[in-house]
Design a protein around this ligand. Structure first.
Ligand code: STR
Length: 420
């Protein structure tokens, strides 16, 4: 592959593009390499070249640049057939028609109803439900702990994973009986160990499932966001069935996978920083600070795929060429020394200045579920530590296994002891 741009030359001189490891064997090392490769770094994703943004300031600029679009057809490698559905990450981009894949006025049309359903005021209405789910799952944790011979339970499968699924399931109107099926399929979707044919097949099965749900709600509307998206509005253009399906699947995938990471990463950070945990439990430092620092330091989304340049974009001495793919590396951005200071790699909830992270993105596509995830984590974390103040990890931090997922930052499991 010839590399006509300055970013490529810089990467080449330091040994070529940063190759993103599908097995996530050294996430911190990789994050540091990305940071060292410059604000606009050349990377390789399973053999496919792309650029990635590794600095807060540059991301802030590019995420409002209308010359970068989500439309897959703007990708040169796709146009030329050099990337096809055989590429295991294509499902991260070719995700159906929704606010996630469309820009401009159409994007606003596809997003408005969903973002209105997720305002802090509207979320207050479902707070009691989230509290109830949390209490039920804490009971399940206690029960598992009693049943387990050595007292070890998996905080992920019993608590951190089902909670966000119940919340997004309730919002969208997905029956609880379907949650295990969905969690299984999304785990396989994200895992790089899943063969691509299997991934394409499971995505097709999910499409069938979501289309059936949309038809069911079209016939019998219920009190959920799926029904609200279907119902025609005065003035506004209603969403088509395809668009409701696209929105539903984006909401379920995003609403559960990312929040699992937030909850687990916060617990892990606190358990490995007991002095800081003590200050939180003493009421000296608010849970909100824990959540914001976790979002910065151990972002649920490692890399966000992808945007494409509709024309050459000059960045200092560099150029993003028309047709090139641009990733946003949120983990590297959270560890940006230029923005967060020399100690950006430290988890530290005692930082004097407010934490100004960009983990939910910026610009028109900024995460519409940001407030929801903060409410969920803001309920789940204090409730977990109130019920189990002696909670500790049952494995060393080095033994915690990451999922083999290139874009999300999640664990295989988090074995804990509930009573220390
Ligand atoms: C997963 C597959 C799918 O069916 C639909 C989507 C669209 C929304 C995407 C989601 C994807 C993957 C995880 C994303 C989410 C939006 C927010 C979430 C990228 C591609 C993040 O990790 C930020």
């Amino acid at each position: 592959m010839n590399c006509p741009h300055a970013a490529a030359r810089e990467a080449a001189s330091s040994g070529g593009p940063v190759v993103i490891d599908p097995l996530v064997q050294d996430l911190d090392g990789e994050t540091a390499r990305l940071r060292d490769a410059g604000p606009l770094a050349r990377i390789e994703l399973l053999g496919v070249p792309a650029l990635t943004v590794t600095r807060h300031a540059l991301a802030r600029q590019l995420l409002v640049d209308p010359r970068l679009v989500k439309d897959l057809d703007a990708w040169g490698l796709w146009q030329r057939g050099e990337v096809t559905h055989e590429w295991p990450l294509i499902g991260m981009i070719d995700a159906g028609r929704s606010m996630f894949t469309v820009d401009g006025a159409e994007h606003r049309r596809l997003r408005t109803k969903t973002s209105q359903a997720l305002t802090p005021r509207r979320l207050e209405e479902i707070r009691p439900d989230i509290e109830k789910f949390t209490e039920e799952l804490l009971d399940a944790l206690a029960e598992q702990g009693e049943k387990s011979e050595n007292g070890v339970v998996d905080l992920k499968s019993v608590f951190a994973q089902p909670l966000p699924m119940r919340v997004v399931g309730m919002l969208m109107g997905v029956d609880e009986a379907e949650h295990p099926m969905l969690m299984r399929r999304y785990k396989a979707f994200f895992s790089m160990l899943t063969p691509q044919e299997e991934r394409l097949a499971l995505l097709a099965e999910l499409d069938v499932f979501y289309a059936a749900l949309v038809r069911e709600r079209t016939a019998r509307p219920a009190d959920d966001l799926t029904s609200a998206l279907i119902l025609a509005e005065e003035g506004g253009e209603p969403l088509t069935e395809e668009e409701v399906v696209g929105t539903l699947k984006a909401m379920v995938a995003a609403g559960h996978e990312t929040t699992i990471g937030l909850i687990l990463n916060a617990v892990r950070a606190l358990l490995t920083h007991p002095d800081q945990l003590r200050r939180v439990l003493d009421g000296e430092i608010p849970w909100e600070t824990v959540i914001e620092e976790t979002l910065r330091w151990d972002t649920p989304t490692t890399h966000l795929l992808m945007r494409f340049a509709t024309e050459d974009i000059r960045i200092g001495d560099d150029v993003i060429a028309k047709g090139e793919g641009v990733v946003i590396s949120y983990r590297a951005i959270g560890r940006d020394i230029e923005h967060h200071g020399a100690d950006a790699d430290d988890f530290d909830i005692t930082r004097p200045a407010p934490i100004r992270h960009m983990t939910f993105g910026h610009g028109p596509h900024i995460c519409p579920g940001a407030a929801l995830s903060r409410v969920e984590a803001g309920i789940a974390l204090p409730a977990l530590f109130a019920r189990f103040p002696g909670l500790r990890a049952a494995v060393t931090d080095e033994q915690v296994r990451k999922l083999p997922v290139m874009t999300q930052n999640d664990m295989e499991a988090f074995p804990v002891l509930l009573h220390g």
